[in-house]
Design a protein. Structure first.
Length: 192
């Protein structure tokens, strides 16, 4: 019986440490965002993973956009996937400068004027949620990746930040954008 209780206590401690370290790292990121410290925001971000995550979402939204008017063949899908990712990468690179990323996380607004109507919930909104609410907004993706919902919306219109475990801390590795924002970004890309 003692081993069972000991095992349960150890399991609860490991789970608490796992999620606690993620929330602690997120709190550090939110503090850097709140101070407007672009260098610290970038230090707490895995830019390569974040760029890849945003590019994938933009290409998928673009494929949905052109797929709404006609059938997309496998060859065209492959070409759009490769060529479209370079266009999306260029757009994302502009979004991910220290100043633009910090502005996006602080205000929820994109620096690019074409997306002025698109707004996201500011990351600093997480400061106004209680620890239990933050845990309720957190979901496990895999052992080194978790998502925390920033917005009140759920489903396709939810905004989530993805944290990736990097040694002993967690880094921002993705932002899942709402479908309405992705549609607006995809509409700004050339149709052909």
């Amino acid at each position: 019986m003692r081993w069972l209780i000991g095992t349960l206590v150890a399991a609860v401690a490991v789970i608490g440490l796992y999620y606690g370290s993620a929330i602690h790292s997120l709190s550090g990121l939110v503090a850097a965002v709140r101070q407007g410290d672009g260098a610290e925001v970038v230090a707490r971000t895995d830019l390569r993973r974040l760029s890849h995550s945003l590019s994938e979402q933009i290409v998928a939204a673009y494929l949905d956009r052109i797929g709404a008017t006609r059938r997309i063949g496998p060859m065209e899908r492959m070409l759009v996937g490769s060529y479209g990712s370079t266009v999306a990468d260029a757009l994302v690179d502009k979004m991910l400068t220290p100043e633009n990323l910090t502005q996006l996380l602080v205000s929820g607004r994109f620096a690019d004027a074409r997306f002025a109507a698109s707004t996201l919930p500011p990351l600093t909104d997480l400061l106004h949620t209680h620890l239990l609410q933050q845990l309720g907004r957190t979901h496990f993706i895999n052992p080194v990746k978790i998502a925390i919902r920033v917005s009140k919306a759920t489903g396709a219109e939810a905004t989530e930040v993805i944290l990736h475990r990097s040694s002993l801390s967690w880094k921002l590795a993705g932002i899942n954008l709402p479908q309405s924002v992705l549609r607006q970004i995809a509409e700004a890309l050339p149709a052909k």
